[in-house]
Design a protein around this ligand. Structure first.
Ligand code: K7E
Ligand code: CUA
Length: 657
């Protein structure tokens, strides 16, 4: 998104560009510094010991993680590791979570995560799960909001750049995925200039069952456009999903010029209920496609990685009524459906106006067969038959729209750096307020659901410039909190973020707090290498593998002296935290270990793999300050030569002579 400005740069209209640049570069220092008066300060002040009213879940963009903030205070509550290894928590480093990052490309320790999306029941956020897309190596993750841990990751085959994802349907029947890049279908070694013949664009529906388990239900094979964003219908439009596309020119080079030629691109409307009928009738092709489903089990405290071998593919020309294209000016980015489900907003980022399609008009146009043409079996509906309204000249570079509960919409404008409030139905602009600076997504709690919770709006900005103390060439991105409870939007707070939060989700705290897990019950621990008490601790050699069954409790390890390990061994420290008190993790670190520490929650077992490099006696210790005697929580492992016959032994607390 940082490069939006360049799209303008290379467009033919240089004068427009100069005007836009002038507007986008207005960055007088601390423009609103003085506006943060006492009212704003008290509106975001959450007294020590008090809770915030909302959770905010912000994607980390290129950090691959999710950060959790309290709103309105802007206090950072947690960073949840999702697609990237996290040495802080051992995620992706310990043996239990390594399978979460397994893909058909092998172990992938990083991704680019853009769109968090809360699960919904009857179109309302329900606080069960948070989904998020991995862009680079296409995946969708599910975070369990009882533990705030990543519980599952499903890989998306036949896809390149999973951007239009993972937007949910109103009862979390599905989360969706869509390829941002046209890619050869099936993936193969072909000339790039054979794009027209060999490349396709695949949209994917991932089924979510009652336990949150995900798997691919079906894919829809479409022309090789770039599918950018999505939102599912709600209320009257429940059963449909809308995906924006750009590059309907199907170019494969210098897209900033070549993909901006067509006056209109398309919103693809997918009738997923119809798709379910075609699947039930067997009207699909079962196509080979390898992908992994990785799942973390809270009882065994381990993730498993399962390879799947095929997907069901639906083709528009064999499935009439499945897909329609809605012409939409001009390279639309976000597509957002209002709370009633009637209006579909296409945020045409190079368009002077904001295009709003009507779902009712769309159905009528389909019934009357008001088709402009047909592309690869997909009817293109006539623009003037589906249009429901236009917001005229609201700003420059519209990207994303969210809604409140009073029939208002709020759209971000990247180039003119502002949020604009407008009335759904009358299309009049009601208010506008600057953002500092270039704003991408915005978030209103529940603002993409049927029942927005309103009250606040968060703008997620790309460029910080002079808003904070300088920190060298790289400045953190920023979020800004606005009060939207009155007629006029008010800026309340401005805070730095982790990574690049493209999108965020917000939810009132009461929908999550009561379900939040405090400990893992030790009696439910089914980890194969658990030790449910100090009596069960032991060290077992199996060839070159040494399994240490270890426990932690304030403030010692059992065992804490281990001998008989040899250079060249693979030493597995399986550490069970015996604590059953809330918020008493223990950590484990071993000198010279090449992965990370472990951070083990009460009742949990985690495993650190350590391959000792050279002879010696190596300390290990607890990394989390757990008690007054935390600093005493330490031990030693003796490493002998590869050929030594030092016997395997372990102990704890034997009287020392
Ligand atoms: Cu607009 Cu990836 Cu949703 Cu960035 S995206 S802003
Ligand atoms: Cu256990 Cu510090």
């Amino acid at each position: 998104m940082r490069h939006q400005i360049k799209i303008i740069l290379f467009s033919c209209c240089t004068i427009l560009f100069i005007v836009l640049m002038a507007l986008s570069c207005q960055s007088p220092k601390n423009q609103t510094g003085g506006m943060l008066n006492n009212n704003a300060a008290s509106a975001v002040y959450v007294a020590p010991g008090e809770y915030d009213e909302f959770y905010g879940f912000f994607s980390g963009g290129f950090s691959g993680q999710v950060s959790v903030y309290g709103l309105p205070s802007g206090r950072l509550l947690k960073v949840i590791p999702v697609f990237s290894q996290d040495a802080e928590k051992g995620y992706g480093y310990n043996e239990e979570t390594k399978p979460m990052l397994n893909t058909t490309y092998g172990f992938i320790p990083w991704d680019d995560a853009h769109h968090p999306e809360l699960s919904q029941t009857n179109g309302e956020t329900d606080g069960r799960w948070l989904f998020i897309n991995g862009n680079n190596t296409p995946r969708i993750a599910r975070i369990d909001l009882t533990t705030f841990e990543t519980a599952e990751i499903v890989e998306i085959p036949n896809s390149g750049g999973n951007h239009s994802s993972p937007f949910t349907t109103e009862n979390t029947e599905y989360v969706v995925a869509g390829t941002r890049f046209g890619v050869p279908y099936p993936q193969q070694d072909v000339a790039i200039n054979s794009y027209a013949e060999n490349f396709k664009g695949m949209l994917t529906y991932v089924k979510v069952d009652g336990d949150g388990h995900m798997d691919i239900a079906f894919q829809v094979l479409l022309p090789a456009f770039d599918y950018d964003l999505a939102h599912s219908g709600k209320g009257k439009s429940h059963g449909w999903t809308f995906f924006t596309s750009y590059n309907t020119e199907e170019k494969y080079s210098l897209l900033e010029v070549n993909a901006s030629q067509n006056d209109k691109d398309f919103i693809a409307a997918i009738n997923w209920k119809k798709a379910e009928e075609y699947i039930a009738q067997g009207n699909f092709k079962e196509m080979p496609a390898d992908y992994y489903v990785n799942r973390y089990d809270e009882k065994t405290h381990m993730a498993t990685s399962n390879l799947k071998k095929s997907v069901k593919v639906l083709t528009p020309k064999d499935c009439p009524g499945l897909v329609y294209f809605l012409p939409t000016p001009k390279s639309p980015h976000g597509v957002d459906v209002d709370p009633t489900g009637e209006y579909i907003i296409g945020n045409g980022k190079l368009s002077a106006d904001l295009t709003v399609h009507s779902f009712t008009n769309m159905l009528k146009a389909i019934e009357d067969e008001e088709f402009e043409t047909t592309i690869e079996g997909v009817p293109v509906l006539k623009y003037d038959k589906v249009i429901g309204g236009v917001v005229t000249k609201p700003g420059l570079g519209p990207l994303h729209t969210e809604f409140d509960n009073d029939g208002n919409a709020y759209t971000t404008f990247f180039i003119s750096s502002e949020v604009v409030k407008w009335k759904v139905g009358t299309w009049e602009v009601l208010d506008r307020i600057p953002t500092y600076y270039s704003v991408g997504h915005l978030m209103i709690p529940g603002g993409d659901s049927k029942k927005p919770q309103g009250k606040y709006l968060v703008a997620l900005n790309k460029i910080t410039k002079d808003r904070y103390l300088p920190t060298g060439p790289e400045m953190n991105h920023s979020a800004q909190l606005y009060d939207i409870s009155g007629d006029k939007m008010k800026l309340l707070l401005d805070f730095p973020t982790v990574g690049e939060p493209h999108y965020a989700q917000g939810i009132s705290a009461d929908r999550i707090v009561s379900k939040s897990k405090k400990i893992y019950p030790i009696e439910e621990n089914e980890h194969p290498y658990r030790a449910l008490g100090e009596k069960e601790t032991k060290v077992v050699r199996e060839g070159k593998k040494v399994h240490i069954y270890m426990t932690t409790i304030r403030s010692h390890f059992a065992p804490d002296n281990i001998e008989g390990v040899r250079v060249g061994d693979e030493v597995y420290l399986h550490v069970t935290n015996l604590e059953q008190d809330f918020d008493v993790p223990h950590g484990v670190a071993v000198q010279g270990a090449r992965n990370a520490e472990l951070l083990i929650m009460p009742g949990q077992t985690e495993t650190l793999l350590w391959k000792p490099q050279k002879e010696g006696v190596y300390p290990f210790y607890c990394t989390d300050f757990c008690s007054a005697l935390h600093q005493e929580m330490q031990g030693y492992i003796r490493v002998s030569s590869a050929t030594s016959n030092t016997p395997l032994s372990w102990s704890m607390g034997e009287s020392e002579s």
